[in-house]
Write a protein that binds this ligand. Structure first.
Ligand code: CMX
Length: 133
């Protein structure tokens, strides 16, 4: 398993409608998609920056991981996602190296990617995602 690039950086925000103004009006980026991921209890908004995307994350319910994150730490960088060839294989490789998994198997995330998370307590405090098409 060797990540090819950073696929996206997830940023927890209180409101996409409010937060997108900074990305659009100050950074001059274009929001090319807004999508709700029911399974993850988030609404997402995407901005492309080279090979990498910025993914704004707004909680859609009080028990959303993003709502819990903001309640504890405030708005900010929530996770980093690496593009890998095969998410299930990458999860397996990480587990074999002693990393605690959140997802034993990949699931469908935004943009129909196959995603899987590693636990931040096992990855130096950075919630880490693998994803592939
Ligand atoms: N980054 C770093 N640390 C985090 C974190 C994050 N995003 N979220 C939680 N933590 C830390 C907490 O600060 C806490 O640490 P302390 O015990 O030192 O206080 C610890 O992890 C446990 O956190 P918690 O608030 O008790 O929350 P849970 O254990 O219930 O859940 C986690 C934490 C990471 C397992 C959960 O948020 C999760 O499963 N995340 C993966 C799914 C997800 O985040 N989906 C949203 C985005 C999906 C998308 O991009 O489509």
């Amino acid at each position: 398993m060797k990540p090819t690039h950073i696929e996206h950086i997830g940023i927890a925000v209180n409101s996409i409608e409010e937060a997108r103004k900074y990305y659009e009006e100050v950074l001059g980026l274009e929001c090319y998609a807004i999508e709700e991921v029911e399974d993850q209890k988030v609404k997402t908004a995407f901005f492309q920056v080279g090979q990498t995307k910025i993914e704004l994350l707004e909680a859609t319910s009080e028990d959303s991981p993003v709502a819990k994150y903001i309640a504890k730490r405030g708005q900010g960088i929530h996770h980093m996602a690496f593009a890998v060839e095969d998410t299930d294989q990458a999860l397996k490789d990480a587990e074999e190296k002693g990393i605690r998994l959140i997802d034993k198997k990949s699931r469908k995330g935004a943009e129909n990617l196959n995603i899987g998370f590693l636990h931040p307590k096992s990855t130096l405090g950075v919630l880490t995602e693998f994803c592939c098409k």
